[in-house]
Design a protein around this ligand. Structure first.
Ligand code: FES
Ligand code: FES
Length: 132
């Protein structure tokens, strides 16, 4: 049912924790399942230098947030904005249909953290106009 990649990121999640001097923090929740995901970003010169996450949620949500942090680390803000839940699912080698919303949570948490950074720094990030 779950790919090896999902099991790997669930049992050995990368980038778990908090960043004390994070300059972008996003938290999102899914009303239906009650799962919560929080992403901390440390952005310098437009680059995501560090990223950590805390997820109170199901295994797929943990695996999705873990792989999403790997996908955005070292990337530019613009590259991070473009990461979709579809890309997260693909990177995980697939998710069962009822678990696709868990990957949506990861995309939204990243976007929420980027939006927080944008607001704090009074900048606009292309692709986040409709996200709030
Ligand atoms: Fe928690 Fe199913 S919602 S185990
Ligand atoms: Fe809701 Fe996974 S069951 S995030």
């Amino acid at each position: 049912m779950y790919s090896e990649k999902v099991m790997d990121h669930f049992t050995n999640p990368r980038n778990v924790g908090e960043i004390e001097d994070a300059n972008g923090i996003g938290q999102v929740g899914n009303a239906k399942c009650g799962d919560i995901m929080k992403i901390y970003l440390k952005i310098e010169n437009d680059i995501i230098e560090d990223v950590k996450f805390k997820t109170f949620g199901c295994g797929s949500a943990i695996a999705s947030s873990s792989i999403a942090t790997e996908m955005i680390k070292g990337k530019s803000i613009q590259e991070a904005v473009e990461i979709t839940n579809k890309a997260v699912v693909e990177a995980l080698g697939g998710l069962p249909a009822p678990k696709v919303h868990c990957s949506v949570l990861a995309e939204q948490a990243v976007k929420a953290a980027l939006l927080d950074y944008a607001k704090k720094n009074n900048i606009e990030i292309k692709g986040l106009e409709d996200f709030d």
